[in-house]
Ligand binder design. Sequence first.
Ligand code: ACM
Length: 261
Amino acid sequence: MRIAVVQTNPVFGQVGSNVREAVSLMEGANADLFVLPELFNTGYNFVNKEEVEHLSESVTGETFRAISGLAKRKSCYIVYGFVEKADRLYNSAALAGPGGLIGLYRKIHLYYRENLFFAAGNMGFPVFDLPLGKIGMMICFHRMYPESARTLALQGVDLIAHPSNLVMPYCPDAMVTRCLENRVFAATANRIGRENRGGTDLTYIGKSEIVSPRGEILARMKEEETGVSCVEVDLAMAQNKRINEYNDLFLGRKTEQYRLS
Ligand code: ACM
């Protein structure tokens, strides 16, 4: 199967044109699963909660309609980040497929000023069993919490779809470790550009990437380009946790020795 990361350059608040940019990039590419950045439709650097509220959408809102229309036309799956308006406001990722909405993930580990605007996710780390393989989602800052990727891997995911708005230089390398220690694929989709708003100046570092269960960087985009990067993978490879005849990564865990809470 072919998986793809889509690297975009959203303009803050311009939902219609940001969605059109992403849709046109995907129209011109051939993949079974596309992963888009965190908050790809709105931009990231909110100044106040009123802006977040104003740019929020229900999970079946206008962004979903555009993305799921494309998933149907291309018969593919798409993971994308958006501001979800529900009982509260969440920094969420949705998974759309040819038949419509498949699932939702709400960001649990909020980063920096997100803590002022969003409620922390309350749905755990759901896993979706697609014809392509088992897929889970986590968003950006979760790379700093190995428990996130581990929770998904212990539920059997083959691939972690990782919509992101990376700002720190070491972020892409951190995902190599997450893949190695869990033997899973990861597709990290980041944005590019700069948002200097309300006294907070953020530059996004691009470098969207696809990493294999062996920690190989199968694709890594440049810091300043937009586009789609696709690779052909055998997702089933992630099911094999055996390192050698004596070590199985998961069977070898010594849970009784760990102190994780
Ligand atoms: C981040 O979690 N957007 C850095």
